[in-house]
Design a protein around this ligand. Structure first.
Ligand code: AN7
Length: 376
């Protein structure tokens, strides 16, 4: 079936912002009522205090301000709406954390039961806490996300009542492609580069699909280049790219501080590889130190708190700028996928000054001695 041609930018701009503004380009049956928490319509913020960016014009797409704190809500609103419209009563999802808390919230909204399967001890505290609060049934498995995904695939084969919400479910990616639509609307043009952290490789594929659709409908006349950023300890696609291979180098025991992208066998690799190739882009990986340092840089120079996986975007950009791969005068959008509050342990790793006072007098003495902060 041919999709309905979308309205013009001008017609779109009259609707309320967010994922459902683009409903003609979403695969939802006529008459289905969206299961929504007000996702999308996230800020696109110019970064102007990070001098290491050397004249490259950088905007951050801050997906952390979504209803559950990550970009996953864009896909979840569409997938859960579809699940509801076909009468699903229970959903299941394997996750490194964000997909789990998003699925939990939207399932509640749809009146469905939700089971999440997560790697034991390797999901950030905020994500676990959210899932507990939303009332999800939580199954923790030893090992990596990849083991959790195997479990979910097997479970859905055995029990057809469980509707799977992992990103092999194409409706998730349909919702996530709206990141591309918003970037173009907010910027008013197509950036030279879009930089995206890569775990299961769904989001980068979705964003590329979004740009391709706008191009196909004549709403934009060029396409951006895509940079996919992985953590060095979980870099199946970046390793393949470096070696010129056309399939991922599987990481049996992925390890990184960026637990959201601690994935060794990305399920969407064929789509992601094609997206990066078609866009004349690149995959690279960055170390945990680069990730944590980029996380502090964003917080301390720009006032934006993100979780480590999202800081990988900035770490990757800094590397690409440093190597001269991205040049002065180019415009770049980095996708900041998840909120800093998701991972309190990572935030606590940052260096700080904490002075302890035993009583108010001592506190006031310490404070008055600090004086005015020096210019830095
Ligand atoms: C903050 O929640 O895979 O490449 O199970 O939470 O589309 O997988 C999370 C992924 C980037 C990578 N940033 O996106 C999950 C999960 C954050 C994330 C990614 C994730 P994909």
């Amino acid at each position: 079936m041919e999709p309905i041609a979308p309205p013009s930018w001008e017609q779109w701009s009259k609707r309320s912002p967010g994922v459902w503004r683009y409903r003609e380009l979403l695969p939802v049956p006529r008459g289905a009522v969206p299961i929504s928490l007000g996702e999308g319509a996230t800020p696109l913020t110019r970064l102007n205090r990070i001098e290491e960016l050397r004249g490259v014009s950088v905007f951050a797409k801050n997906e952390g301000v979504n209803p559950t704190g990550s970009f996953k809500d864009r896909g979840m609103t569409v997938a859960v709406t579809l699940a509801r419209s076909i009468g699903a009563r229970a959903v299941i999802v394997a996750s490194t954390g964000n997909t789990a808390s998003s699925a939990a919230a939207y399932a509640v909204r749809a009146g469905m039961k939700v089971v999440i399967v997560v790697p034991r001890g390797k999901i950030a505290l905020g994500k676990l806490a959210q899932s507990i609060l939303y009332g999800a049934v939580i199954v923790e498995v030893e090992g990596s996300f990849d083991k959790a995904l195997e479990a979910v695939m097997e479970a859905t084969r055995r029990n057809r009542q469980l509707y799977p919400l992992n990103s092999f479910n194409p409706w998730r990616l349909e919702g996530q492609k709206t990141i591309a639509f918003e970037i173009v609307e907010q910027l008013g043009f197509v950036p030279d580069w879009v930089v995206v952290p890569v775990g299961n490789a769904g989001n980068i594929s979705a964003i590329w699909k979004g740009f391709r659709e706008l191009h196909r409908y004549g709403l934009i006349d060029r396409l951006p280049r895509l940079a996919g950023i992985q953590a060095s300890g979980a870099a199946p696609l970046a390793s393949a790219w470096r070696k010129g291979l056309r399939e991922p180098v599987v990481f049996e025991h992925p390890e990184t501080v960026a637990t959201a992208i601690r994935i060794g066998k990305p399920i969407n690799w064929p789509k992601a590889l094609r997206a990066v190739e078609e866009s004349n882009g690149v995959f690279i990986d960055v170390s945990d130190e680069e990730i944590l340092s980029a996380q502090r840089l964003l917080a301390r120079r720009e006032g934006i708190a993100v979780e480590p996986a999202s800081a990988a975007s900035l770490a990757g950009l800094l590397r690409l700028v440093g190597d001269g791969f991205i040049e002065r005068g180019e415009t770049v959008v980095i996708v900041l996928t998840g909120h800093g509050l998701k991972d309190p342990d990572a935030m606590m790793k940052a260096d700080t000054i904490r002075l302890i006072a035993r009583n108010p007098e001592e506190a006031s003495r310490i404070v008055s001695r600090l004086g005015a902060p020096s210019e830095s």
